[in-house]
Each structure stands twice: as C-alpha cells, then as structure tokens.
Design a protein around this ligand. Structure first.
Ligand code: F6R
Length: 600
C-alpha cells in the first residue's frame, strides 16, 4: 500500500516529511512527493522512483506544515505526474485506497471547468475538495467525502490547515510537544512520538501544531483515546506481528476488499472489470483459454481452470510457465498469465511465446509498471498492496478474487450462468472479506494442530475439485517456509500410489468443505485414518458429521460452495505459518528462495 505522512509543528516540515517517508520504504513504492506551505504559498515536489531521487532536486524549502506520500500505483502508471500530492489550486491531497466513482466525479468536475493532468483517482478528490472549499478546509473535506465511494486514508493541506480522514484504509495521528503528525503507519513517526491516536472509519481530524480536533462526518466533535506504543522499529514495521507473512495474512480482508472495489455491484448483480478490454463478442468467440504461471500463481490459475470450466463452459489448460514454451500454444486462444511480481522470467518468456503464436494475452498481476504489464495486451490488477514476505499470501487471495470476477463475467457473457446464480454469488463474494476476518480470530485450533505436527517429516494435503488447488497451495506454503516435505494430492489419487506412504507419522490435512465431492473426500479420509494418519479436516461450520472421522476440525464460515476455497486457503496459510514458527524457521526469508524470480 502507499504511505502517508503529515506534519504541523515548529520545525522545518520538509526534512521531517522526507525522513518519515524513508521509514516507510520497506513497504515498496514507485514514486514519492511532498507539499509544504510557507508564507509564499504551497510548494509541491514529486518524483518517480526512490525518495533519494526526490531529495536530489529539492531546493531549500521553508515551511512548518506539510504532507508527503510514497505511491504504489493502482490507477495510472508509476510516473511523476501520477505521483502524489495532487493539487487543485491551493489545496493538496495525498491518498491511500481507491475512489471507485472517480470517473463519474471526473466527468462532473471537468464540466465545471476543472482540468485533469494525471490518470489517478486521487486528482478527482483534490478537485472535489476545491469545488466545495469556501473558507474552511474541514467543511470542504466533509462535503467531498460525502460524494465519494470507495476506500481512503487522506491528508489534505490548504494554507496553514491540515486535515486527515479515513475509511477502510489505516491512518494515525501522532502527538508531540508543539508538533503533531499524520501517518498511514506507525514506523513513519515512531522516531518523533510514541503517543498515537488511531483514526477509525468515517472520522476526520483537524491537525495543527498545538491541537488535534476529531470529528464525525456531521462535524460533531468526538473524543479519542491516546495509545502509547512500546514497539521497537522492527516490530512497528510489521504492525506488531512477528513476521511480515503473518501481517500479510491478516491484511487479506483488506486486500480482497480492494480487489473487488468498484468491480462488483451486488445490488445490480453486475461486474465491471477495468483492464479486461474485451467485447462481449470477443468473449463469445473464446473457446479455449491457457492459464500460465509459476508456483503459487500457478495454483491460483489451477483453481481458475475449475471455475472457468464449471461456470463458463470454456476449456482451460493450466501450464507451468517454464514448460509452456515447449508445448504448442493454439493461435487464437486467450492466454492469461498470472504473476504477483509481473517480473517472473519464466512467465515473461511464456507470454512472449504466446504473443508470437498469435494468442490474445491478458495478465493478472499486482505490480503496476512491471515488465509483464508493459508487454501484455491487457492487464487486470490485483491491488493487494506490496507483499514483503517471500511466501505469497495476500497476493494469492487477490489473484483468486480476480479469477472469480473474470469467470463470472465470462460465464454471464457466454450465457452459461443465470442472473439469479450470479447475483447470489456476488452477494456472497462481498461477504468473504468479513468471513476471513472471523477466521483470523479463531486461530487456536490451528496453532494446536500445528504444534502436534511440527516435528513430522512429511505432511499430506488432500482435496478434490476446487479444493485440490488449495491442497497444492497448502503443500507449497508448508514446504517453502517450514522445510517439511509436503505433498498436495487430489484425494482420489491417493490409492494409486501415495497411500503406500501414509502411516501414523504422516499427518494429513483434508479439505472437506461442503460441495459436490464431500462424500468422496470423507471416504478418502477414512482410507488414511485406516492407516492411522492423524487427520485435520477443514470443514464447513455447519458440518456436524466430520468430527467423527478426524482428529481435529477447523471450521470455515458457510458460504457459496464455489467460494469456500478462498476461506480454506487462509487455514492452510496459518497452519504452515504456525508449523514453521514452531520449528523456528526464518519465515519471511526461507532459504534458497527469492521474492521475485527474474532468472529462467
Ligand atoms: C510461493 C511463491 C512463489 C511464486 C512464484 C511466482 O509462495 O511466492 O511460488 O508464486 O515464484 O511468482 P510471481 O507470482 O511473482 O510470478
């Protein structure tokens, strides 16, 4: 995610803003900028790339109040024009999140004479605040926020006024002596203060050097509690979590929320996918899809195959990118490459191969401006925010989110999916982020099972149909971070060989959520139990049968059958995490692995 800082005090603001932004560098960004006000007016400086690039051209700026930002591109390329702050006259804004109705606002404001120079959603907000501005910034911000749909954490500067507000994106206020701060993350300002106020959704703060006043959206003053942070800097970077992986697992509700933002209208039962750029006729003509990816992204693609085939009737091949170039791509088919980083060399090579064979190409990625996005025809962004732990977690969940959107969209165009079913699934999809939050609050059973199996040498993950790719993902997560040998198997395949390995020393994780193959998976569970394997089942919360057959059950909230793989994913991620933790493994940087694999 992007980083926000703000300062009002008796020191030079520019130096403090730059220093605070540098403390957010670990989160990843592609451009940076600051706006500072002094008696001569407001000055805005921004640059593509690292903060040192911004610093290089900064003149001496005097001024005691300002805002700053590190941007992780979501709307528009990573470049200087799209970097924040965005200004409208004397108002400057930095923003994290997504303004879903920015196109609509842009059209309205353009008709009123406002000129847009960037491709960002944030610029619409800057103009909207200016549109409402009379002589009081807080009133203008409150009016503007009433018009916007989406998520935001913002800091707004106008003259000597500084305002902060949030909805679905974190923002804090730091209290100092004769100075006060705004930040999206604690590490940004920990050097200056440990006294923090966490802004809640729909709250607004007016920040000056001596005072911070909090309001609700009707401008009623509200009382806020001050927390004193005792974390060290390293803990603060991880928001108090022990590892980035655990933090990123907990960020999944928000990541998925962003993935869906502006793309689902559950009321109308409709999906809009920015970046797809295919007409209904082109979708009707698509009879074959190849999904190409590596590792975790491959597992997401594999689930995509099941979904596409069930809901759109289109035949899908899923291929490991490093093998694709040796197979024969079919000209005219749609090739979807999935890559969190957008830089994976094998996936890039496969994309080039597909293009040279005359295939239409589409990428699902998290990194705007990455090599794959520059070479592919169309891109859909996952919008998970930067992922720091080497093991992919939140980006996988967001990849699944995009795949569900695509599949439903294709299924509807192809006439294979009724409006009634589509509407039902969309309503359920919107609830998935809060189901994940619920799951994350019930970790004890997962921890307990993790401890009992942490000394095992082999673990099996089994599942059928939609749960088979999640079994593969569970096994991949476990082997990469805990170094335990793990296998993901289609449960029905066990008896064709691997059953020979099952003993009381090989724990089995069985994904047994309700659905088409539930009874068959229960039979497979009985097969492994008969060989005395300890079994953990991932099952529906309403399943009152399963505990008869297994040693431990982790329950996931009830949802549409086809969506339950998203919830089971969270369980296998946490399980892998707690097993690796019990084994004292370096979870965020497993041996021999890199976050971005740019060699073939
Ligand atoms: C596993 C993991 C890797 C990546 C793979 C592809 O946790 O992160 O398996 O999924 O290297 O990377 P991307 O998605 O960046 O192409």
């Amino acid at each position: 995610m992007c980083g926000i800082v703000g300062y009002s005090g008796n020191k030079q603001a520019a130096a403090i803003l730059i220093d605070s932004l540098k403390r957010l560098e670990y989160r990843g960004y592609d451009s940076a900028g600051i706006a500072v006000f002094d008696n001569n007016g407001m000055e805005v400086y921004k640059e593509k790339g690292r903060i040192v690039e911004l610093e290089k051209d900064l003149p001496e700026i005097s001024g005691f109040i300002g805002i700053g930002h590190t941007r992780w591109a979501t709307h528009g390329k990573p470049n200087k024009i799209n970097a924040h702050p965005h200004a409208s006259g004397s108002i400057a804004v930095v923003h994290n999140g997504i303004i879903e109705n920015y196109q609509e606002l842009k059209e309205k404001l353009s008709r009123s004479g406002y000129e847009f120079v960037s491709e960002t959603d944030t610029e619409a907000l800057a103009h909207l605040i200016k549109y409402y501005y009379r002589d009081n910034l807080i009133d203008a911000v409150i009016s503007a926020l009433k018009d916007i749909k989406g998520s935001y954490a913002i800091a707004v500067l106008s003259g000597s006024e500084l305002v902060a507000a949030r909805k679905d994106s974190p923002l804090i206020i730091g209290l100092g002596e004769g100075e006060n701060f705004i930040a999206s993350d604690i590490p940004a300002i920990l050097k200056y203060t440990r006294k923090i106020i966490f802004l809640d959704d729909m709250e607004i703060a007016s920040v000056s050097k001596d005072n911070v006043i909090f309001y609700d959206t009707d401008k009623n003053p509200i009382e806020k509690k001050v927390s004193v942070i005792d974390w060290n800097l390293e803990a603060a970077e991880k928001s108090g979590y022990e590892h980035f992986m655990l933090k990123e697992i907990h960020e999944q509700p928000r990541a998925l929320h962003e993935t869906f933002a502006g793309r689902i209208s559950e009321l109308e039962g409709k999906i809009t996918i920015d970046g797809l750029n295919m007409t209904e006729a082109q979708i009707m003509d698509t009879s074959r899809i190849s999904i190409i990816a590596c590792g975790t992204s491959y597992n997401a693609g594999f689930l995509g195959k099941y979904l596409f085939e069930e809901l759109s009737g289109i035949h899908v091949d899923v291929e490991i990118a490093s093998e694709f170039r040796y197979s024969h791509s079919i000209p005219g088919s749609l090739v979807i490459v999935i890559s969190q980083s957008g830089e994976t060399a094998d996936t890039l090579a496969a994309l080039r191969e597909a293009k040279s064979s005359g295939c239409r190409t589409l990428a699902i990625t998290n990194v705007m401006g990455s090599t794959i996005t520059r070479e592919v025809e169309n891109v859909i962004y996952t919008r998970s925010g930067p992922e720091i732990g080497v093991a992919a977690t939140k980006t996988f969940i967001s990849q699944l989110g995009v795949l569900y959107l695509l599949v439903l969209y294709f299924g509807k165009c192809k006439g294979k999916l009724s409006q009634e079913r589509m509407s039902r699934i969309l309503i359920a999809m919107k609830q998935i982020p809060s189901h994940i939050t619920r799951l994350l609050n019930t970790k004890d059973a997962i921890k307990k099972f993790a401890e009992t199996v942490s000394s095992s040498s082999d673990v099996f993950f089994i599942g059928r149909t939609l749960n088979y790719p999640i079994a593969l993902e569970g096994a991949l997560k476990l082997k990469e971070i805990s170094y335990i040998h793990a296998e993901g198997y289609a449960a029905g395949e066990l008896k064709h060989g691997p059953l020979a390995l099952i003993t009381k020393l090989t724990p089995v994780v069985a994904i047994a959520t309700k659905g088409l193959t539930y009874d068959k998976v229960v039979n497979n569970i009985k097969e492994v139990k008969a060989r005395e394997a300890p079994v953990l089942a991932i099952a529906d919360e309403k399943d009152s049968e399963i505990e008869k057959y297994v040693d431990e059950v982790i329950r996931v909230p009830t949802t549409e059958d086809i969506l339950s793989p998203i919830l089971s994913t969270v369980v296998v991620q946490l399980l892998s995490y707690y097993i690796a933790k019990a084994r004292n493994c370096p979870i965020d940087q497993p041996r021999n692995l890199a976050k971005s694999v740019t060699v073939e």
